[in-house]
Design a protein around this ligand. Sequence first.
Ligand code: HEC
Length: 454
Amino acid sequence: MTVFRTSGEYDASVRRFLLATAVAAALLGARERAVRSPRPQPNLGPTFNKEVVRIFQAQCQSCHHPGDIAPFSLMTYGDAFPNAALIKLKTQTRQMPPWKPVGGCGDFADPRVLTQEQIDTLGKWVDNGAPEGNASDLPAPLQFDGGWALGQPDLVLSNAQAYTPPISGDMYRCFTMPTNLTSDAYVAAIDVKPGDRNTVHHVIAFIDTYGESAKLEDKDGTGYQCFGGPGFAITSLSSATLGGWAPGARPVKLPEGVSLLLPGMSRIVLQVHYHPHSGSPKPDQTQIGIYYSKTKPTKLLRVLPLINQTFTIPPNDSNYRVAAEFSLTGPFAFDTHIWLIAPHMHLLGRKMHVSATLPTGQTQCLINIDDWDFNWQGMYRYNDPVAIPAGTKLSLEAFYDNSTNNLRNPNNPPQPVWWGEQTTDEMCIAFLGFTVDAENYAKGQVVNVSWARP
Ligand code: HEC
């Protein structure tokens, strides 16, 4: 895994040390109990069966179950006990569960964040020797049957040919699939079913209105290599991101009345990041499931790329700033609501901060990521859409580390880096999914927003 690559070696030695300590503590605890009293004592503090497994069910098992992305399961006591010390370390440092937006900026749905109380409970459990507790306290186990979380989708697409990623390392591959839709469709949700959960790290879906991706495909029909995008301009009016999927993510359903437009005869491009863990990768045919809105929407979800494409990040600069702005003024003076936000950078990106300066002069924080990781990029949904009135200025500020200290730096020695799709290029975008207040699409009151899809 590349997620915490920088601390890998440190982790391994700390892990061995902590593991040894935890096991020793557990044995010591057991011996002391045996010496002091021949009869089992009631468990002091949290046990696996009572408090701990409930935290695992709520925040860990979606990834930590057999056959999924995480390196070990946290379904049973037997799974968890050998990893106890590491669980304490990774939760106290807030490396697990993985969640990138900094708290206090943006009120996002389904945050993967432990409360301080949950972190303390796990810590206490480990310090007490990670006891199992009473069998009668165990909750019903969660089922991971690999099915569609929202039920059978209206349209399921996958590449006609299976593709087997190389065993040697990361592969970013794009698969282009015709929808064959004879008229426009309105999308309420998408979900992704990885073919091989062991190797599919994350997936991003794009709409390709004019079929540009078909020309990029390799002759054998197994897609084409891609990295920062699908190989055609993702910021053009004829393409859009349909959203992403990463392990542990629940599918996001747009509220009734709001939909994304999927133009008739468009193609869908799935960008799959393969990251083989162990053994030989299996042939993969990842599926995308599309759910249509039941009714014609009142508002279309449009995508505004807040973007800077004209930067050059100098070599050996460890904190290079790139900014972008967009104002809802002049011909763009619309009252809007923002529903979703998806920051996008490559491997030099370290931080991104997006905010809105309202006409009142008040600033509203939209997202703040201070430890960017290309492999944990997400599309974040606000619990309540954020009102962004006409006259607002949207601002993005990003920072890049193009020094040798950045272990993800693809260039050694560092090179000047500018916009592009390759691993060695960079991007600076925040995609904002928004609606226009004045629109009533179903009634034919369509607002023409010329700079954003659709
Ligand atoms: C979104 C998916 C996801 C969720 C949710 C998640 N993990 Fe992880 N976890 C991973 C992945 C992937 C790795 C491997 C990362 C790496 O190699 O550093 C990992 C690694 C770990 C590790 C370190 C393993 C090692 O060998 O270094 C621990 C400990 C851990 N997770 C515990 C937890 C706990 C405890 C929770 C819940 C509080 C949790 N994780 C939630 C995906 C997840």
